[in-house]
Design a protein around this ligand. Structure first.
Ligand code: AMP
Ligand code: MG
Length: 408
């Protein structure tokens, strides 16, 4: 029997990141950066005002506790988005708006609320003079060039999936085109004569195919595109016909559910072996002991178990890291945390992935199982916040012991 780690490493060693493509920024949200991005210019690019007010020389502002007000002559009006043409000298001020470039000579801004102008009225001309009695220090209310970041700084690292805030920063830096990894394309096939799609009636002995939906959503959630192959009947022809579609679409990976155990009608195994190869592994884990790995017509293939919870756990444990590697991601998308057991948990010595609900109390995370752990009981997975990882060899976790958990 293989350990989970051995099985995962064997699988991962067969995959490499997809090639890069250069896309318009607008298409890059969620995509994984293929290169480090360094800033082509400082941010802010020019000294600018952080307030609506008047640009001044700080040395003109009153000093001392009971200083009398000063009056400066207003020699320019600087709206946002224009280049100031004046150089302020002693005794002068310029009306300035938030984000507008500071005029040469000025080194501080007095907010309009602190002056005799009280507020800027839209559409009105700047006053002739401005008076105020507040002491203003050099640099006050000014965002200086490069104070956020300087040109050449690496701001986003290769391997990072682009978050909304990253999109904003890339736009600030004028990155109209970005080098990202191609999205992996994954084919998903369910198999079994008992399965019908969700819109079909459940006549004698049939059940709805849930794996296409759960695993399909996991594929997308892990940053890949999906080719939905639907349900293969338990015949050679049906399985072969659908797998051929995956080959024609040039997918990066084929995922199947069910049909790889020793059931008399399990044709997935037979079909794959006829046009490729397949290893059938018994992994020391629960749920999801049977796992198939191989290739079909040169395309890698992972066969998950049919039971819905086993298929889900199999995806989280083996397939997610494959999609992350294929997609060029450098970090994991599922963080693990330490949680404390509120009930005794019995295990059978296999590495176990158990559905649990979490509860936070005074900074400590507590966990409790979500009812019976049958591998077909999808509701207990729906109710779970996490999968507890009970290590191989452990048969009993006492109350109060900490275990690792994958957050769902
Ligand atoms: P098998 O791997 O074919 O032995 O299937 C194991 C169990 O999972 C059986 O109860 C199947 O009916 C069930 N099963 C297989 N595939 C699916 C699927 N796509 N959706 C829901 N249940 C499934
Ligand atoms: Mg079956």
């Amino acid at each position: 029997m293989l350990s989970v780690t051995e099985a995962r490493e064997r699988i991962l060693s067969h995959f490499h990141p997809t090639t890069e493509e250069t896309l318009p920024l607008i298409e890059c949200a969620g995509r994984v950066l293929a290169v480090d991005v360094s800033a082509p210019h400082d941010l802010p690019l020019f000294d600018n005002s952080s307030m609506d007010g008047f640009a001044i020389l700080a040395s003109d502002s009153p000093s001392g506790t009971h200083a009398s007000p000063v009056t400066l002559s207003v020699v320019a009006d600087i709206p946002a988005g224009s280049a100031p043409k004046v150089t302020l000298t002693q005794g002068q001020a310029a009306r300035i708006m938030t984000g507008a470039q500071m005029p040469a000579g000025a080194d501080a801004v007095i907010p309009v609320e602190e002056t005799d102008s009280n507020f800027h009225t839209a559409g009105t001309a700047a006053p002739q003079t401005v008076s105020f009695s507040k002491t203003i220090a050099p640099g006050q209310n000014v965002r200086t060039r490069g104070s956020d970041l300087s040109a050449g700084t690496v701001v986003l690292k290769k391997g990072r999936p682009l978050k909304p805030q990253d999109m904003g920063l890339l736009a600030m830096l004028g990155m109209a085109q970005v080098k990202v990894h191609k999205k992996p394309l994954v084919a998903m096939l369910s198999s079994g004569d008992e399965l019908v799609d969700v819109d079909q009636p459940l006549t004698g002995g049939k059940i709805h195919d849930s794996n296409s939906y759960a695993i399909g959503a996991l594929i997308q959630n892990a940053g890949a595109d999906i080719l939905r192959l639907g349900v293969a009947k338990d015949t050679r022809q049906s399985v072969e016909g659908l797998l051929q579609k995956a080959i024609q679409a040039n997918v990066d990976l084929i995922i199947t559910s069910a049909g790889v155990s020793v059931g008399a009608f399990d044709f997935v195994k037979e079909v794959i072996e006829a046009s490729g190869k397949m290893d059938f592994w018994r992994v020391n884990m629960r749920p999801g002991k049977p796992l198939a790995f191989g290739e079909y017509s040169g395309t890698p293939f992972i066969g998950l178990p049919g039971n819905p919870v086993s298929a889900f756990v199999g995806f989280e444990v083996f397939v997610r890291s494959v999609l992350e590697k294929l997609g060029g991601r450098s970090d994991g998308s599922r963080p693990t945390v330490k949680v404390r057991c509120e009930e005794q948990i019995d295990s059978d010595g296999r590495e176990s992935y158990l559905r649990a609900r979490l509860r936070e109390d005074n900074g400590v995370m507590f966990c409790r199982l979500t009812g019976h752990q049958g591998s077909g009981n999808l509701l207990s997975l729906v109710q779970a916040d996490a999968l507890l990882i009970i290590p191989a060899g452990v048969k009993c976790v006492p109350v109060g012991r900490e275990v690792e958990a994958i957050l769902l």
